[in-house]
Design a protein around this ligand. Structure first.
Ligand code: ATP
Ligand code: FE2
Length: 324
C-alpha cells in the first residue's frame, strides 16, 4: 500500500524548517535554515531571512526524501506561539503550496509539537516533560486532555541565564557548551537555590555569578551555576513525577545537550524507578518534522477542518485539546 505522507513547515522564530514524515512516523527529511546574529532577532530581518530561504529549504526536503508533491497527503504549518513576522512567512508559504498542489492545510501549535516529536523519537508514551531551552524552562505533563504546565521559571529561561553569564565572562555565544566544559574543573561555591513549589527562578544565580567574575575562578562559577540550577530542575521534575505518578521523564530543549544535567536527572529517575531519556539533539531545536508529526497525530484523530489558517502568536500549550 502507498505510504501517506505529511509535509510540515516551521517558522515561529529564528528557524525556517521543512520536515517530511510518513503516517507511520518515519522522518524522511528535516531541512532548515537558521537565522543567527549577535544583535538578536530583528523582526524585519528575520522575516526577510525566512522569505529568502523558504523555497530552497522546502525543495531540499523534497529532494532528500525523494518524495514528489503527488505523494504528499497533507500540509501542516506552525501557527504559533511565536513572532508574528516570522509566522506570517510560514503561513503564506503553506497557503501558496496548498493551493498550488491542492492539499489540505491546518495550523499546528509549535510547543505541543516539541512535546509529541519527543515521544515519537524516544518511544515514550506519557512522560513528564522537562523543557529547558534558551527562553523556556517548564515542567509539563498531560492531564485531563491538556498538556499542563505544572511549573516554570518565574524570571528567565535557564539557557538565557547561562548565556547572559557567559556574555559577562566573555565565553562566546551560546555559552552553554563552554560553561559545561569549564565546569568539569570547578569546585562548589554556594549559590542562591530558588524553588517555589514546581516553579524556579534563575536570576539570583545569574546575578551572583556575574558579581563574582573578578573574585572567583571562572571554572568554579561555571560548576556552581550548573550544580545549583540543575539540582533545582531535578527537584521540580521529581515533584511533578510524584504528583502525576507518571513513569517516564523526557528532557527537551537545547540545554538537553548538557551531559551533567542528563547524569543528574538519570540518577534521580533511577532512585524513583522512572525511565529517563533526553530527546536526541537534532530534534530538540525548532524543525519541520515535529510540525508534520503533530499534523499526522491530529489528522488520525479526526481533525480535518482547514478553516482557520491564521497565525496565533500567543497560543498557549494548554489551549490545545489533546484529541489524539
Ligand atoms: P525555543 O525558542 O524553542 O525555546 P531557544 O532558541 O530559546 O528555543 P534552544 O535552541 O532550544 O533555545 O536552546 C539554546 C540554548 O541551549 C542556549 O541558551 C544554549 O546556551 C543552551 N545550550 C546548548 N548546549 C548546551 C550545553 N551543552 N549545556 C548547557 N546549555 C546548552
Ligand atoms: Fe521552539
Amino acid at each position: 500500500m502507498k505510504k501517506q505522507i505529511c509535509l510540515g513547515i516551521e517558522s515561529t522564530a529564528h528557524t525556517f524548517g521543512c520536515g517530511i514524515v510518513s503516517f507511520d512516523g518515519e522522518i524522511l527529511a528535516n531541512e532548515r535554515a537558521v537565522y543567527t546574529s549577535q544583535e538578536g532577532m530583528i523582526p524585519d530581518v528575520v522575516r526577510e531571512h525566512h522569505k529568502t530561504h523558504a523555497d530552497k529549504v522546502i525543495n531540499d526536503a523534497l529532494q532528500k526524501s525523494e518524495i514528489s508533491w503527488k505523494e504528499i497527503s497533507l500540509i501542516r504549518f506552525s501557527q504559533g506561539p511565536g513572532l508574528a513576522p516570522s509566522l506570517v512567512v510560514g503561513k503564506d508559504k503553506a497557503i501558496e503550496l496548498a493551493k498550488k498542489h491542492n492539499k489540505p492545510l491546518i495550523g499546528i501549535n509549535h510547543c505541543v509539537a516539541h512535546l509529541t516529536i519527543g515521544n515519537l523519537v524516544t518511544g515514550f508514551k506519557d512522560p513528564v516533560y522537562l523543557y529547558v531551552s534558551g527562553v523556556n524552562t517548564q515542567v509539563i505533563a498531560l492531564e485531563n486532555k491538556k498538556f499542563r504546565v505544572f511549573g516554570e521559571t518565574l524570571d528567565i529561561g535557564l539557557g538565557n541565564a547561562l548565556d547572559k553569564f557567559g556574555r559577562t565572562a566573555n565565553l562566546g555565544f551560546p555559552a552553554g557548551p563552554k560553561i559545561e566544559e569549564l565546569a568539569k574543573k570547578g569546585k562548589y561555591i554556594e549559590f542562591p537555590y530558588s524553588v517555589k513549589g514546581m516553579d524556579v527562578s534563575f536570576s539570583g544565580i545569574m546575578t551572583k555569578a556575574q558579581q563574582l567574575i573578578k573574585k572567583e575562578k571562572v571554572e568554579d562559577l561555571c560548576y556552581s551555576f550548573q550544580e545549583t540550577s540543575f539540582s533545582m530542575l531535578c527537584e521540580i521534575a521529581e515533584r511533578a513525577l510524584a504528583y502525576t505518578n507518571k513513569k517516564e521523564l523526557l528532557l527537551i530543549g537545547g540545554v538537553a545537550a548538557n551531559k551533567r544535567l542528563n547524569e543528574m536527572l538519570n540518577l534521580m529517575c533511577e532512585a524513583r524507578n522512572v525511565e529517563y531519556k533526553p530527546v536526541p539533539i537534532q530534534y530538540t531545536g525548532d524543525q519541520g518534522a515535529m510540525i508534520a508529526w503533530q499534523g499526522i497525530l491530529e489528522f488520525k484523530a479526526g481533525r480535518k477542518d482547514n478553516l482557520n489558517v491564521d497565525i496565533k502568536p500567543h497560543e498557549r500549550t494548554d489551549d490545545v485539546e489533546v484529541i489524539w
